[in-house]
Design a protein around this ligand. Sequence first.
Ligand code: SAH
Ligand code: SF4
Length: 355
Amino acid sequence: MSASPPRSLHDLSFAAMENELRAAGVSAHHAKALWRALHFHGALDPLGHDGFSPPLQRWLASAVGEGKEFFLDAPEVVVESHSSDLLTRKFLLRLRDGHCIETVLMGYDGRHTACVSTQVGCAMGCVFCATGQMGFVRHLRPGEIIAQVLHARRVLHASDPQRRLRNLVLMGMGEPLHNYAAVMQALDAISNVRGINIGPSKISISTVGVVPGILRMAEESRPYRLAVSLHGSTEAERAALVPVSKQWNLAELISACRTYGTLTGKRIFVEWTLVAGRNDSLETAGRLAELLSGMDVHINLIPLNPTSGFGGTPSTAGHAFQRVLRAAGFPCTLRQRRGIDVAAGCGQLQAAKRL
Ligand code: SAH
Ligand code: SF4
C-alpha cells in the first residue's frame, strides 16, 4: 500500500518516468520500453505486455495496480454513438472520479482526426455552448487528455489496422488555455515520435481567447496550430455571446493575435459560430474583415448546433457571410453540419445524458 494518493502512469513525461524508475532502483533506460508500450502500443495492461526486462516487470508488478502507487488512465466508454454515415463516432468517457467527458473520432476524405476535451465543463460560459452551460467542474490531467487520443486511435485501428490517426483538435469540452500546463504536457507526449506521434503541425488548439495563454504560446514557440473563437466583430456583439470577453476584450484579443502572428509567423484559424440575427449580418462580416486586415488568418464559419440552454437559431446567411470575407481576400470555409445527428456539438452528449 502506498501512503500518498495514487498517480497516473500516463501523467509522467518521459523524463519523469526515467526518474521514477531510477528512484525505485531500476535502470532509467527501461523507460524507453515502458513509454513505447504505453504511448506507442497503447497498452492497457503493461504487465501483460511482452518483451519487458525482468527488473521492469518486477517494478510494474509492485508499483502499478489497485491500491498501489500508480494507475493507468483508461476511461470507460459510457455511451458510444455514430453519425448515420459512420464517419463521426462520439464517445462519452467516464473518468476515475465518475465525471464524464466527450471524445470524438472523425474520418473524412481519408483523414482521421480526434477531437478531445481538456476540462470537465468549462468556466467561460459561452451562451450557445452546452459545456459552457454546465459550468466548470475541474481541469483534466495530462494523462486524461492522452488517454482520449489513445482511445480514439484504438477505435480507429479496430476498424482497420492500416489507418493512422494523424490529426488532433482540442475542441471538445473545456478551454485548453485555461488548463495550460496540463495541455502542453499532454501535447508534448502526443507529438512524441516514439509515442502516438501526431505531428505538431497537425494539432490544433482552439481557444475562446485567453489572451495570456495566446501570448505564452508565442513566447514559448509552441509548435501547434492556434484557432481563436471570435464570434463577434464589436465588443458588444462578442460579449453577448462570449461573457469572458469582459475579462479579455476584443481589442486586447486582436492585439494578442497580431503579436502571435508576428512572433511566430504562423497563420491563425478564426472560428466563428454563426447565430441568426446575432453575428451573421453582412455589416458584421465587413467589420470582421476590417478587424483582421493584414493578418494571416483562415476563417472557419461554424453553423450553430442548437442547445437546450440557448434560444438562438442557426443562421441561413452563411454563404453570403463567406462571400464578403472571401471578397476581402480571406480564405474562409463554411463548415458542414456533419455529425449533427449524434449531437456532435461540444458538450451535447453529456447534456443529453443528464436529461
Ligand atoms: N473552448 C475552446 C474549445 C472548445 S469549443 C473554444 O471555445 O474555442 C470548440 C468550438 O466549438 C468553439 O469554436 C466553439 O465556439 C464551438 N461551439 C461550441 N458550442 C457550439 C454550438 N452549440 N454550435 C456551434 N459551435 C459551437
Ligand atoms: Fe468553453 Fe469553448 Fe464552450 Fe466557450 S465554447 S464555453 S470556451 S468550451
